[in-house]
Design a protein. Structure first.
Length: 296
């Protein structure tokens, strides 16, 4: 059983049933169909399209279309923790800073504070049941630390190699939970998620973090880790489905080889109670005046 969006068997004050919690603890992920309706998915997609249309194009031109863009891109990425920022597919701009194709077909993702700064995305990110799920999984003070809207464009949406979310966001002790919503049907051809059941028992051995200078990021250790994905299962799901991901579960997605996009929205949640620390060398940081917010 991959889990169900229905709340059958859940105890009082809980959203997930005991069976669903056991599935997450055993497999490292949980699929909850029908979290959002078709109309809700459409509202989110339409809102994000408007956000892209309304963006500051001059900023994108300056950062992503210059010969000396690497430093600017790093700074743009590192400063995105409390902002809505736009990240583009390779070759999105020509040498004059103009889009080669329509901007809605050129964007890779938006990050990393849509959940706090956009009213529509905030409404859906801070639904009461989102917080209930975190608490059902053991977090007592769940904080939403980042969000991403991923476009996975037709034909050009690239693969995401096997990884563990805990390598990119980290607390001591580790507590990260990933929420990944399908906003369109996810299939083998358009790059659905794959997960390796039980792989969350593998310790995260590598971290992506800020470099000591604070001007860029690095992996520690630098050598890439090879993940065994034997036994991986495709998570082909309908639009509106929520997939919960343990911080150590190995997951990935293939390239989108279809003519259909595969839009998805994700947030990551960490434990905020006393005794848990969010390190200063995590790549994603926020100024003191914009702290992470607790889920309801």
């Amino acid at each position: 059983m991959e889990g169900t969006g229905e709340n059958k068997g859940a105890g009082e004050g809980k959203f997930l049933s005991e069976e669903q919690r056991e599935h997450f603890n055993e497999k490292g992920y949980l699929v909850l169909p029908d979290w959002w309706s078709k109309q809700e998915c459409e509202e989110i997609r339409e809102r994000v399209q408007q956000v892209v249309q309304d963006m500051d194009l001059d900023e994108a031109r300056t950062i992503f279309s210059t010969d000396e863009s690497k430093h600017a891109e790093d700074a743009y990425f590192l400063g995105s923790g409390d902002k809505i920022r736009f990240f583009w597919e390779a070759g999105a701009f020509d040498d004059k800073g103009e889009f080669v194709h329509d901007r809605l077909k050129s964007i890779n993702k938006i990050g990393h504070a849509l959940h706090d700064l956009d009213p529509v995305m905030k409404k859906y990110s801070y639904e009461k049941r989102v917080g209930q799920v975190s608490r059902d999984l053991g977090l007592s003070t769940p904080l939403a630390v980042q969000s991403m809207y991923i476009f996975k464009q037709p034909r050009i949406g690239g693969e995401v190699t096997p990884h563990q979310d805990g390598a990119f966001l980290y607390t001591e002790p580790q507590s990260v939970v990933g929420y990944w919503w399908a906003l369109e049907d996810c299939t083998l051809s358009n790059g659905c998620l794959w997960a390796v059941p039980g792989s969350h028992r593998r310790v995260v051995k590598r971290r992506f973090k800020r470099s000591p200078t604070g001007e860029g990021c690095e992996f520690e250790p630098p050598e890439a880790e090879a993940f065994d994905v034997e036994g991986a299962v495709p998570l082909e799901v309908k639009a509106g489905t929520l997939i919960l991901l343990h911080h150590s579960v190995v997951h990935y997605s293939e390239a989108n080889t279809s003519e259909k996009s595969r839009h998805a929205y994700s947030i990551h949640v960490v434990e905020g109670k006393e005794g848990f620390r969010y390190p200063e060398d995590n790549w994603l940081q926020r100024p003191g005046e914009t702290p992470f917010q607790e889920l309801p």
